[in-house]
Design a protein around this ligand. Structure first.
Ligand code: LLP
Length: 454
């Protein structure tokens, strides 16, 4: 049962591309499906999201700025809950701040946190421990103890060293109020997903989880089942990210299903990984399609109807809800070579093009329905040539210095992977909806950058 959408992954060199379809960049106006649900084009051709005009927003809040359509975020969380049911967790690594943690939990999701920082942010947002799942391939004693003290719903165990660490902690002074800590085992199923090698995780050669083929997974399950103070509730695996083809998930479920029966476990979490369209030519399965495919494969593979088959979507919840607005600072035309359009952000707010060769589109919020015949390379303000945001952008002819330019589908792994390279302060993050703009993370200042230094 493969997705009817499933574009074949294209290759752009020695490593596979992001996973989606790649064609020649289009001069057509930006494709509607790359914009948030709440995007609307006014009679003057200007784009508003959630009732807020983006050019006005950029003038007021400054650039670069990450703009999220709050209703879109809520709709995707609600879709995940209705598709997977209770226990489906938002993978906070995709985008986290207190407002996002609260929003996802208000919509019924749990949260996957994988570091002390993600755990601390969720707790600071008022999220109860019972809605948290702790991940990580190298959890420290302190992270494990904090998680247990906070009453996290699940710890997803990743290594034999961690099993020993958990054993010491549950055998020591009481951290969980006498309640056994529920744990799952992260299994490496030996499934290679079609995606960039940096975000593939299900293959045998991986730092994550316990290998199914080598027997490490069953050894871990045996050890945890026998450990006093913990309750083994299920198996987990995560095969990678930005995956368009559902067949890899199907293989994952089929491989893990027998473990549920063998260990009499009631829960199977298949991780995150559902891809999203970044380019007009791409189309991805929906969360609902993903869930129904997994359930069908699970049933066929013998997962009992009573078992909880769940997931941890990150990108598919937040990517398309967000976009980044920049301001054009310079346009450099190199005769016979190319034109460079420089904006006031760059690899510090979106390292994905540099890291994974990820493709993006660009448009002018002042003319979102305009054709885009102007070929340019959109670059940032950092001191290196690799600082490329959109290698082959198409823009409206009238694009000029001072314009607000936007890249859509930057809601996932942009803000969360932002850096201060070149001592560039990180952008503000706003939620828009009902004609209102809420600053959920204020723009960093140079003073913020200096605050750690004596
Ligand atoms: N669960 C686990 C255990 C994960 O490691 C991840 C992502 C997810 C869930 C969520 O996966 P998603 O639904 O977002 O694909 N920085 C890369 C993506 C790294 C993904 C890391 N793990 C990128 O920008 O493409």
């Amino acid at each position: 049962m493969s997705s009817r959408h499933a574009p074949e992954p294209a290759s752009t060199g020695p490593v596979p591309s992001d996973g989606g379809a790649r064609g020649a960049p289009s001069e057509e106006p930006l494709a509607r499906h790359l914009l948030p649900d709440g995007a609307q084009v006014g009679p003057d051709g200007r784009l508003s999201v959630g009732g807020v005009d983006l050019v006005d927003l950029a003038d007021e809040v400054g650039t670069p700025v990450f703009v999220y359509d709050e209703a879109h975020l809520r709709a995707r969380c609600a879709e995940a809950v209705s598709a997977f049911g209770t226990g489906v967790a938002y993978a906070t690594k995709a985008f986290l701040c207190k407002a996002m943690a609260r929003l996802a939990v208000e919509e019924g999701m749990s949260l996957d946190v994988s570091t002390a920082g993600e755990l601390g942010t969720a707790l600071a947002a008022g999220v109860p421990g019972a809605r948290l799942v702790l991940h990580g391939n190298n959890k420290s004693d302190a992270e494990l103890a904090d998680a247990m003290r906070s009453g996290v719903a699940r710890i997803v165990v990743d290594s034999f060293d961690e099993i020993a660490r958990i054993g010491r902690l549950v055998g020591g002074p009481q951290l969980t109020g006498g309640v056994p800590q529920q744990v799952m085992v992260r299994v490496t199923p030996g499934v290679e997903a079609h995606t960039h090698e940096y975000v593939m995780t299900g293959q045998e050669d991986s730092k994550f989880g316990f290998s199914l083929a080598s027997g490490a997974a069953t050894e871990a399950l045996d050890a945890l089942r026998a450990m006093p103070g913990v309750e083994l509730v299920g198996v987990h695996s995560h095969i990678g990210s930005q995956i368009f083809r559902l067949d890899a998930f199907e293989r994952e479920v089929a491989l893990l299903a027998p473990l549920l029966e063998r260990y009499d476990l009631g829960e199977l979490c298949i991780g995150g990984g559902l891809g999203v369209a970044y380019l007009g030519a791409e189309e991805a399965p929906t969360i609902t399609e993903w869930a129904s495919c997994l359930r069908a494969v699970g049933s066929a593979a013998g997962v009992p109807d009573s078992a909880r088959v769940t997931a941890e979507p990150g990108r598919s919840i937040v990517a398309t809800a967000g976009l980044t607005c920049y301001r054009v600072g310079t346009i450099k035309r190199l005769e016979g070579i190319r034109t460079y359009v420089s904006v006031d952000g760059g690899m510090s707010d979106n390292p994905r093009p540099v890291l994974y060769g990820s493709g993006y589109e660009a448009f002018l919020p002042s003319a979102v329905a305009a054709r885009r015949p102007f070929a340019a390379r959109i670059v940032g303000k950092h001191c290196e040539s690799g600082d490329v945001l959109v290698a082959d952008a198409r823009l409206p002819e009238q694009t000029q210095v001072g314009d607000v330019i936007a890249t859509p589908v930057t809601g996932a792994y942009g803000f969360s992977m932002a850096s201060n390279y070149n001592r560039v302060p990180r952008p503000a993050v706003v939620f828009v909806g009902g004609g209102e703009t809420k600053i959920v993370v204020r723009r960093e200042t140079v003073e913020d950058l200096l605050r750690l230094e004596p």
